[in-house]
Design a protein around this ligand. Structure first.
Ligand code: ATP
Ligand code: MG
Length: 281
């Protein structure tokens, strides 16, 4: 297995150039889907994120890169308040979704996490059937008025996640019986089923083989037109292939944020240059 922390070769921009070009035409002036301003995160006395501001846009994939422990997951978790579940964590600063403060008292956190879905590093299907894994969210959020409607949502989500053909004849089998790559697509189908607006992915391919990884990357391309996507990855080639914007974190700071093509070919900061050329990881 190659060490995907270190780029083995110069990052190529050969793959879908059109997607990059189209997304890069879109101006940063438009209203962002999510706006994070001056975010700091503390675990007890230790500061893990230092005054980070980033906008996340629709129709675009934003990659978070940086060495292990620099705070990528911590920052990602701020975007749907997953840090609330960590008692030691304290978040300061402002995060808006469509202009609304996600930490405001009137924000329903269950609703927020449906609107801002999350896919984790390790596929984590429920120990239930494939059908139930996807149906659970729409059911608790009351998105279906009948059994038929629920079945339609399940089918549509599995199709969108590129898994339908592989599972349509075994919807009653356990989700945990699928392969790792299939489980990850099931988790993506589960996130999609509640009709989210933003999808957060924390190293979604790190437990997968190259073929399963390619499938997820393809899927990210397809989903980009429909959702704002933020993805944490240690794989430089992956960041270059799937994203239009890249944020480089180091020691809790956002060192550089810009067009993916520029970050990888002509970074402004020495620290970014050092990281993308594999000098530290
Ligand atoms: N639950 C926690 N309690 C205390 N400290 C934490 C917790 N989670 C993360 N940290 C610390 O916060 C810092 C940032 O961690 P984080 O997991 O966000 O980094 P990361 O960039 O995602 O790293 P990796 O690439 O290894 O996943 C690290 O120093 C880590 O030890
Ligand atoms: Mg992490």
């Amino acid at each position: 297995m190659e060490d995907d922390n270190l780029p083995a070769e110069p990052v190529s921009f050969a793959s879908p150039a059109t997607a990059h070009e189209q997304a890069e035409q879109v101006s940063d002036d438009r209203t962002p889907k999510m706006r994070a301003e001056s975010i700091s995160v503390f675990y007890g006395p230790k500061q893990a994120i230092k005054n980070v501001s980033i906008n996340i846009h629709d129709d675009r994939v934003t990659a978070f890169i940086g060495p292990s422990g620099c705070g990528k997951s911590t920052f990602l978790r701020c975007l749907n308040r997953m840090n609330d579940t960590i008692p030691a964590a304290r978040v300061t600063g402002l995060i808006e979704l469509d202009g609304h403060d996600i930490n405001a008292p009137d924000m329903d956190v269950v609703q927020l996490r449906a609107r801002v879905g999350m896919v984790f590093q390790k596929p984590n299907p429920f120990p239930k059937s494939i059908f139930e894994n996807v149906a659970y969210g729409p059911r608790i959020h009351g998105l279906a008025n009948s059994k038929n409607e629920l079945a339609e949502i399940v089918e549509k989500s599995l199709k969108r996640a590129g898994l339908w053909d592989e599972v349509k004849d075994r919807l009653n089998e356990s989700g945990t019986a699928l392969s790792g790559g299939q489980q990850q697509r099931l988790c993506i189908a589960r996130a999609i089923a509640v009709d989210p607006e933003v999808i957060l992915m924390d190293e979604p391919c790190s437990a997968l083989d190259p073929i399963a990884t390619a499938k997820i990357e393809e899927l990210i391309h397809e989903l980009r037109g429909r959702y704002a996507i933020a993805i944490v990855t240690h794989n430089m080639q992956q960041a270059a292939r799937v994203s239009q914007r890249t944020a480089f974190f180091h020691l809790g700071e956002l060192v550089e944020y810009g067009k993916t093509s520029e970050i990888f070919t002509n970074p402004r900061e020495q620290r970014t240059q050092d990281y993308i050329t594999g000098r530290y990881g």
